[in-house]
Each structure stands twice: as structure tokens, then as C-alpha cells.
Design a protein around this ligand. Structure first.
Ligand code: OOG
Ligand code: MG
Length: 254
């Protein structure tokens, strides 16, 4: 049985050396509570290295993602400043094990959130919504894991890019989400795939954050989870996403 800090050290080393590790769950049993403790320890190491926490990401909020990865519940991970890409910060592929990209919607929090909110009341806590792309890069061999393993690995978080912030509309239903790799359609989905209503993902984030001791602070980004299965980036030079009414998000790879 490996301890919480041993698991965190193994995962941190995998991320830093781009050497995927074996899943823990194939040789030992551990519960979600301990998995989130591993995640907290991993994030503490990043913070100690000087990278502040800038948001959270939801995982498995669509059937497409649950089916692709063979899991059946939602998860929450944490985003640090060094994960954020922009026009002058490309994804360095040699820093990754086997990166995949997925189309997402981002929210920006206008106030701290302490309690658990529903999909209607979260509207009072958001002042921006944007197209976003998440890069996930499991630190486990062959991108295979149990729910506990992926939670411990900070939900495969690697990098993300957020497009221009837009005013928050009352509804986010029926928006077409098209992700292109080098200008060619790679994945296409609808915002409805995210829990039938992306605001539900934000509500679920308040529940999981409250349950597992993750702070939701004013100005933080919340990624709602992918609407389609994720795609391996491989030789792709530019990844972009266009969402009806929310505009474009894009990053380059190096
Ligand atoms: C876990 C992360 C899932 C999402 O958007 O559903 C996720 C994984 O698939 O490796 O980020
Ligand atoms: Mg994601």
C-alpha cells in the first residue's frame, strides 16, 4: 500500500519526467476521500513551486467523456497558473506524456462561493463565460485509470486556454461546439451534452468543491467539462474551438 504522499510524489515525478506510471488501483484499494487528499498534496507541490491556483475543472459531465474513459461519476480538479496557455504561450508537447484536447466552456466567478448552489443561483456568481479548450494528459500508462486514480492525478489536468470573456447569457443550451485541428474539424458537439445545461456543471462544481475542501474564489475560472470525447494532439500545430455566440479559443503547439 503506497501512502498519500508517496502517490503524490510518484504522480508529480511522472508529470515532470513525462514517464507515465502504473495505476494504483490495480494493486491496492483506496477510496475517493484519499484520492482527493493525493490531489491536494500534488497541488500543494505546484503552489510551493510558485504557481497559484487559478481555477477548477469539472470532469465527466458528458456521456461522451464517461463512455470514452469507462467511468460513471463526476470529478473536480484544480488549475494552476502555469497550466494557462495564450497567444504567446504554446503547449510544449515535450513537457507532456500523451496530451489530448477537448472542447469546453469556461465560467469566471464574480464572487467567492462558500456553499452549494443550484444551476439557477450560480448565475449570480458568474460575470463571464467563454469558449475554452482543455488539454488533458493522464500520468497513467495508456491513459487508463479508475475514478480514484484520475482524481488523485488531478483529473488529468495539463493545460487550458480561454477565449475572450463574453457577458453571461441566461441560457447556454443548443450551442454548437466545433473543435478544429489545423483548420480541419476534429470533434463537434453541443453544449447540451454537458449535463443538459452547462450551468449544471457549475452547480456540481460548488457541490464537489464544498465536499472536498477546494476554495472557489472571485476571479477563478471554472471549466465545465468536455462536450465530446477528447482527441490525441499528436502532430497537430494549432487547436481551435468555435462555439456559437461565445467565439473562439485557440492555442499552438511547439
Ligand atoms: C479525465 C478528465 C476529464 C472532462 O472534461 O471530462 C475531463 C480524463 O478524461 O482523463 O477533463
Ligand atoms: Mg476536461
Amino acid at each position: 500500500m503506497t501512502s498519500i504522499s508517496e502517490k503524490a510524489a510518484i504522480l508529480h515525478r511522472s508529470a515532470r519526467t513525462q514517464q507515465p506510471t502504473a495505476q494504483f488501483s490495480t494493486t491496492e484499494e483506496y477510496d475517493l476521500e484519499s484520492a482527493y487528499k493525493v490531489q491536494h498534496e500534488l497541488i500543494k507541490q505546484r503552489v510551493d513551486e510558485g504557481h497559484e491556483i487559478v481555477g477548477v475543472k469539472m470532469g465527466f459531465t458528458s456521456h461522451a467523456k464517461m463512455e470514452q474513459m469507462g467511468v460513471n461519476d463526476m470529478i473536480i480538479g484544480q488549475l494552476t497558473a502555469d497550466m494557462q496557455l495564450d497567444a504567446s504561450t504554446p503547449l510544449i508537447k515535450s513537457d507532456c506524456c500523451h496530451p489530448r484536447a477537448e472542447p469546453e466552456i469556461a465560467f469566471r466567478l464574480s464572487k467567492d462561493i462558500e456553499g452549494v448552489l443550484d444551476a439557477q443561483s450560480v448565475l449570480d456568481y458568474v460575470d463571464g463565460v467563454a469558449s475554452a479548450i482543455e488539454v488533458i494528459d493522464s500520468r497513467y500508462e495508456n491513459f487508463k485509470f479508475s475514478l480514484e486514480d484520475v482524481v488523485a492525478d488531478n483529473c488529468s489536468s495539463c493545460a487550458f486556454v480561454v477565449g475572450s470573456w463574453c457577458e453571461v447569457p441566461l441560457g447556454l443550451n443548443g450551442l454548437d461546439m466545433v473543435m478544429n485541428f489545423d483548420g480541419v474539424i476534429e470533434a463537434e458537439g453541443s453544449s447540451d451534452a454537458i449535463l443538459d445545461n452547462p450551468f449544471e456543471a457549475l452547480a456540481a462544481a460548488t457541490r464537489l468543491a464544498h465536499q472536498y475542501g477546494i476554495a472557489l474564489k472571485k476571479g477563478m475560472v471554472v471549466l465545465a467539462g468536455a462536450s465530446t470525447a477528447a482527441s490525441f494532439i499528436k502532430q497537430t500545430k494549432e487547436v481551435s474551438l468555435e462555439i456559437d455566440g461565445l467565439g473562439r479559443a485557440a492555442f499552438e503547439t511547439f
